[in-house]
Ligand binder design. Structure first.
Ligand SMILES: Cc1cc2nc3c(=O)[nH]c(=O)nc-3n(C[C@H](O)[C@H](O)[C@H](O)COP(=O)(O)OP(=O)(O)OC[C@H]3O[C@@H](n4cnc5c(N)ncnc54)[C@H](O)[C@@H]3O)c2cc1C
Length: 475
C-alpha cells in the first residue's frame, strides 16, 4: 500500500519551522490543540540557520577582533589573529545548539514533527513529500493551517548565486576565508551589517547602492551616524549606482555598475555579495489549491488575527503583507494565530514593533518618528540625549549617536523612539515596553535608572522632551 493513500488528521498544521512556525506550533500545543509541524530543511528556519543568529555570532567576533586591535587609547596594544575555521566552528556550534533546542521544545510540548515539503491538495489537506526520490509522501488533513514558509534572497539579473564568486547573505555567513576585496550590492540592513563585519575582519569593502543613502528605511540623521562610522572603518560607499554585471579577471572579478544617466563604473573584488532584499516563499506549495491568493509580489494579506481570506488558514512571518520581515514579528504573529485558533481574545498590534540593525553603531527603533507622529495628527514633543554626554558611553569608548524619544505633547504618551549608538538594540526594549504600557514621558523620566549605564540616556531623553534635562541642554 502506498503510504500517501492513508490520510492522517491534525487540528492545527503548521508549515515551516522558522521563528514564526515553531513558536506558533508550541503555543497551539500549549493550548491543548493537536498540532503538527512540517519542515523541509532545518528547525529554526532562516533566523537560526542562515540569518539572525549566525550573522550576530560573526558580528560579535568581528567586533571583538576590531576592538582589541584598536584600543591603544585605553593602553591595550594587540594585533589579533582571526582563525576563520575556528570562528566557523564556534558559530556553527551555536546554531546546532539552538536548532536542537527547537526540536526538543517542540517534542516536549507535544508537537508532532514531520520532515518534508508540504503542498496543498485543497483547503483542508496537504501532501507532504519526504526528502528525495523514493522516500514517499503522506497526506495530512487539517482543521486549521498556519502557513509560515518565510522568505528567500532576491537574485538580480547577471548575478547568479550558483557562481562561487557571487555570494548571497547565506554564503557570506558560511565564508571559509575573508576576501581581500568585497563588493556589497545593497546598503540595506543586511548589506550594512555584513559590510561592517567583513571590514572589521580585514576585507576592503565597497558598497554600491542604487538610492542616495544607506539604510533608506531609517531617518537620515540615524543613517548618517552609521555612514560616518562606516567611512572611518574604510568602507567605500557609492550611491546612485546599480550593479549591472561582473566578469572574471586574472585573479578576481570586476563588478560593473551603472548610474541613472548611463555612466558605468567598475570595482575590483574577490567576491560580490548581493543583498538587495528578500521575497516571500509562497510559490512552491501550490497555495492556490487552498484558495489563498498572494498579491503580485507573493505576499499574503491577513487580518488582525493573521487569518487569510480562507477563514481556517492563517499566514505569519515574512510572507505577510505590510509587516516588517523580522523574526520577533513572525513569532508574535505565530502566537496570535495559535491563540486565535484556540479561541483566545487576541489580535496583532503593530504599534510597538521594535527593530534593530546590528551595524556599528547599532540602531534600535520603535513606533513613530517625529514626521510620522505629525502625519498622524499629533503635536510631537521630542527629546534627545547624545551618547557623547553619557558617562557610561565614554567609559566604553563608543560615544557616537543619540537616543531620541517622540511623544504626544498634549498627553505625554510615548509614541516612538530612534536610538543609534552603543547597545541600541537592547536599549530600545525599554521604549517598546513604554509604548506597550501606555507610559508617558514622566513615567520614563521618573524611573530611577542605574548609574552609570547607557540606559540613563533613555531617561535623559525623556527629561529633555519635558524640558527638564540635567546632563544636556534642553531643546
Ligand atoms: C542575514 C540575515 C540576518 C537577519 N537578521 C535579523 C535580525 O537580526 N533580527 C530579526 O528580527 N530578523 C533578522 N532576519 C530576518 C529573519 O531571519 C526573518 O524575518 C525570520 O526568519 C522570518 O521567520 P519565518 O518564520 O517567517 O520564516 P523563516 O525563518 O524563513 O522559516 C521558514 C521555514 O519554512 C520552511 N518551508 C518553506 N516552504 C516549506 C514547505 N513547502 N514545506 C515545509 N517547510 C517549508 C523553510 O525551510 C524554513 O525553514 C535576518 C535575515 C537574514 C537573511
Amino acid at each position: 500500500m502506498v503510504v500517501g493513500d492513508i490520510a492522517t488528521g491534525t487540528e492545527v498544521l503548521v508549515i515551516g519551522a522558522g521563528p514564526g512556525g515553531y513558536v506558533a506550533a508550541i503555543r497551539a500545543a500549549q493550548q491543548g490543540l493537536d498540532t503538527t509541524l512540517v519542515e523541509k530543511d532545518a528547525y529554526g528556519g532562516t533566523c537560526l540557520n542562515y540569518g539572525c543568529i549566525p550573522s550576530k555570532a560573526l558580528i560579535t567576533s568581528a567586533d571583538l577582533a576590531h576592538q582589541a586591535g584598536h584600543a591603544e587609547e585605553m593602553g591595550i596594544h594587540a594585533d589579533p589573529v582571526v582563525d576563520m575555521s575556528q570562528l566557523r566552528d564556534w558559530k556553527d556550534g551555536i546554531v546546532d545548539q539552538l536548532t536542537g533546542g527547537v526540536e526538543k521544545l517542540c517534542k516536549a510540548n507535544g508537537v508532532n514533527l514531520i520532515e518534508g515539503t508540504a503542498r496543498f491538495k485543497d483547503e483542508n489537506a496537504v501532501r507532504i513529500a519526504h526528502g528525495g526520490e523514493g522516500q514517499g509522501s503522506e497526506t495530512i488533513e487539517f482543521e486549521h493551517c498556519i502557513i509560515a514558509t518565510g522568505s528567500r534572497v532576491i537574485q538580480i539579473p547577471g548575478f547568479d548565486f550558483a557562481n562561487e564568486q557571487v555570494w548571497s547573505s547565506r554564503d557570506a555567513l558560511a565564508a571559509e576565508t575573508v576576501p581581500d576585496d568585497l563588493v556589497v550590492v545593497g546598503g540595506g540592513y543586511i548589506g550594512m551589517e555584513l559590510s561592517t563585519t567583513f571590514a572589521k575582519l580585514g576585507a576592503n569593502v565597497t558598497v554600491v547602492e542604487m538610492l542616495d543613502d544607506i539604510l533608506p528605511t531609517y531617518e537620515s540623521d540615524v543613517a548618517r551616524v552609521v555612514r560616518k562610522r562606516a567611512e572611518v572603518l574604510g568602507i567605500d560607499m557609492h550611491f546612485g549606482e546599480g550593479a549591472s554585471g561582473w566578469r572574471e579577471e586574472d585573479d578576481g572579478i570586476m563588478v560593473t555598475t551603472e548610474t541613472e544617466d548611463g555612466e558605468e563604473n567598475e570595482y575590483y573584488a574577490d567576491k560580490v555579495l548581493v543583498a538587495v532584499g528578500r521575497s516571500p516563499v509562497t510559490d512552491t506549495m501550490e497555495i492556490e489549491n487552498a484558495g489563498v491568493e498572494p498579491d503580485e509580489r507573493g505576499f499574503i494579506e491577513v487580518d488582525d488575527f493573521r487569518r487569510t481570506e480562507v477563514d481556517h488558514i492563517y499566514a505569519i512571518g515574512d510572507i505577510v503583507e505590510d509587516t516588517p520581515m523580522l523574526a520577533h514579528v513572525a513569532s508574535q504573529e505565530g502566537i496570535v494565530a495559535a491563540e486565535h485558533i484556540a479561541g483566545e481574545p487576541v489580535a496583532f498590534d503593530s504599534q510597538a514593533v521594535p527593530a534593530a540593525v546590528f551595524t556599528d553603531p547599532e540602531i534600535g527603533t520603535v513606533g513613530m518618528t517625529e514626521e510620522e507622529a505629525e502625519e498622524a495628527g499629533f503635536t510631537p514633543a521630542v527629546g534627545e540625549m547624545p551618547f557623547q554626554a553619557s558617562g557610561r558611553a565614554l567609559t566604553t569608548g563608543h560615544t557616537e549617536g543619540f537616543v531620541r524619544i517622540v511623544a504626544d505633547e498634549d498627553s505625554g504618551f510615548i509614541l516612538g523612539a530612534q536610538i543609534v549608538g552603543p547597545e541600541a538594540s537592547e536599549l530600545v526594549a525599554e521604549l517598546a515596553l513604554a509604548i506597550e504600557m501606555g507610559a508617558r514621558l514622566e513615567d520614563v523620566a521618573a524611573t530611577i535608572h542605574t548609574h552609570p549605564t547607557l540606559a540613563e540616556a533613555v531617561m535623559e531623553a525623556a527629561e529633555n522632551a519635558l524640558g527638564q534635562a540635567i546632563h544636556t541642554l534642553n531643546r
